[in-house]
Design a protein around this ligand. Sequence first.
Ligand code: DI6
Ligand code: FE
Length: 405
Amino acid sequence: MSDNQSTKRLWRDVRVFDGHNTLPERMAVIVEGERVTNLTPMSRLDEALASECREMGRGGVMTPGLVDCHTHLVFGGGRADEFEKRLEGASYEEIAQAGGGILSTVRSTREASEEELFEVAVPRLQAMIADGMTTVEIKSGYGLTVEDELKMLRVARHLGETLPVRVTTTLLGAHALPPEFQDDSDGYIDLVCHEMIPAAAKQGLVDAVDVFCEKIAFSVAQCERVFQAAREYGLPIKAHAEQLSNLGGTTLAARYGALSADHIEYLDEAGVAALREAGSTAVLLPGAFHTLRETKLPPIAALREAGVPIALATDANPGSSPIFSPTLMLNFACILFRLTPQEALAGMTAHGARALGRNELGRIYVGGPADLCLWNIDTAAELAYAVQAGRLKQRIFRGEVSHEN
Ligand code: DI6
Ligand code: FE
């Protein structure tokens, strides 16, 4: 154990947002090693204990490190040309049907070596880290061959081993139909089920399996086959569902005990009930809603009423959400979806962790992991209220200060 690790570290007088709520009193927080070992109202802080600690900070707002539970941040190339086409009036679906969209990123991702993919992903991830993110989910889905999907997953794992961030990986083989399977989408699903999932599972490269259930992607029946294969390997599932239309992907995913259904702008009452019964998390992606100028709002009131946990993520990707700022999503979620600032923050912390099946993360509690952010603000709501870089005073990852401003 290093000297630093054996020292107790103390933050005084902080307003704590614990992942669900802002605690009523100003708190003292003590970290030992990688864990929070003490969380006490200032009025009850034992000064003898405090004197054993190294004081790290005073005042401000402390939140759990942000959890971004849905990203596609490993990819080759860029799609600014499509951005311009969309500004001129082309739709996301039209561009996809003309061979652009996801398939354009598939071409650049296949061409890129593992090292190149890693190098371009690092600054994206660093930007998110500097914005307070401590856990990130990274999906494959731009390779669409066994080798290229495994390549993406290896890059994601390597990012987590290299940078101060927890990375979880998701295999999204069923993201788009690759050109070599143009007239044989069931044949491609065979490849996903019989080769990709088994290889990724055996090599320990994958923590969950995702699908894109949509008219421009895969049908409910095809997604079900992918879920069955995931189940055989003991892998939890997720779904991109009800983003552009209501196909019933969410209800299917819920039947398979999904960790989450993501996007869900077109989700109906039955879908909300299915999520509630399955205990799945609803993941909202306001960056994609904004970028695609969507107008159909996800059923927030119904989700709230049903008590379905609502998570929030960037969906960071080169097409529908080229946005690498978790805190910006707090603002978008409030403005575009009318979440409260507290709901938005819970969505990027406790509920985001839940959407990854990592309930121990995204919260501040005694015994919990010391992934923390100290912000130079007075109330937690300010994080969502203002869009302003530079407010992160300290980022603590696994008990160590990884960023200091
Ligand atoms: N939905 C999304 O928002 C991303 N994938 C998906 O299925 C978009 C991916 C892209 O446009 O590159
Ligand atoms: Fe996505």
